[in-house]
Design a protein around this ligand. Structure first.
Ligand SMILES: O=C(O)CCC(=O)C(=O)O
Length: 305
């Protein structure tokens, strides 16, 4: 279908996205869909606990004993479920997302990534960050579709966003507080701006720009998961981006690649070195910190030499 026939957002919605950097579309998935999707992911997590499971090539949660009190080791996020799960693949390329994305990009969208966050009770959050720090989409920006599979509020760790921050460049992060965040990088709320929470019902989708500062706080409830399916998309005109996200998928299901982004980044080599030293110190303190190890590996591949 040609882009011109896909317009489903009102002008006010596109204007709000351009002003604030995010847009909530309510009830994009039905209650039946979110229930089935949640059950699908709980089944994947359970099946992947079996040491013989073929899923473990993609997703390897630890048993409760091995997790040693860290619920995020028992329920780690699933990276790229679309690479092994047909339900995730189909939702990543769902025509309802496509229509909204085309309206927000003003051109065709390509799918780059899917993720599933379980965020069980007691889980840490994800420190404030900008997605294009990781995806390095150029020219332009990536865009996230954050699909609430449970109702999400400040108690179970919904997203916080900093309206208007998408107009800034990608900022150089500092080390995050690992008692609150499972990721190691954090950017501060810029002067004159504030982080606001976005309450969502199951089935609502939060679309946001790759430069929007956003993150989440811990799930402090005793019984409520905060599951979310999250996809990242890039405009068709993208010329290069970080290699780890390839292949891209068209909404027709075709696999394609663009150029591979190298080096660069917002920190400059001296700050990169300080940032890397901070992460290495975190790993020395806690050798089992998988998040810090992943960040270090990523940093070594990405940072300016
Ligand atoms: O869902 C969360 O808690 C954080 C997700 C997020 O920040 C992201 O996908 O970039």
């Amino acid at each position: 279908m040609a882009y011109a026939t896909k317009r489903i957002l009102k002008d006010e919605q596109v204007e709000q996205f351009e002003r604030d950097g995010f847009l909530v579309v309510r009830g994009l998935l039905s209650p039946q869909e979110t229930t089935a999707f949640r059950e699908r992911f709980m089944t994947i997590q359970q099946d992947a606990l079996d040491p013989q499971s073929t899923l473990r090539a993609y997703y390897a949660p630890k048993t409760l004993d091995e997790a040693d009190g860290d619920v995020l080791k028992h329920f780690p996020r699933i990276m790229h479920p679309h690479r092994f799960d047909a339900t995730s693949f189909d939702y990543m390329l769902d025509a309802r997302f496509e229509s909204v994305l085309c309206d927000l990009f003003g051109e065709e969208a390509l799918a780059a990534q899917s993720m599933l966050y379980f965020k069980p009770p007691g889980a840490r959050g994800q420190a404030l960050h900008q997605d294009n720090f990781y995806l390095k989409v150029s020219p332009g920006n990536c865009l996230a579709a954050w699909v609430a599979l449970d109702a999400a509020d400040d108690q179970n760790g919904t997203l916080f966003v900093v309206p208007g921050s998408h107009k800034l460049d990608v900022l150089c992060p500092h080390a995050a507080d690992l008692s609150k965040s499972f990721t190691t990088e954090e950017v501060d709320v810029p002067a004159g701006m504030e982080a606001v929470k976005v309450d969502l019902a199951a089935g609502d989708v939060l679309f946001f720009a790759g430069t929007l500062i956003h993150g989440s706080y811990p799930n402090v409830t005793r019984h409520r998961f905060r599951r979310a399916f999250i996809c990242h998309y890039v405009p068709q005109s993208t010329l290069e981006m970080s290699s780890g996200y390839y292949p891209l998928h068209t909404f027709g299901g075709e696999k394609i690649e663009r150029g591979h982004a190298q080096g660069g980044g917002p920190c400059g080599s001296e700050e990169w070195a300080a940032f890397q030293a901070g992460i290495e110190a975190q790993i020395q303190k806690n050798p089992g910190d998988a998040g810090a190890k992943a960040s270090l590996e990523w940093l070594k591949k990405t940072a300016v030499a």
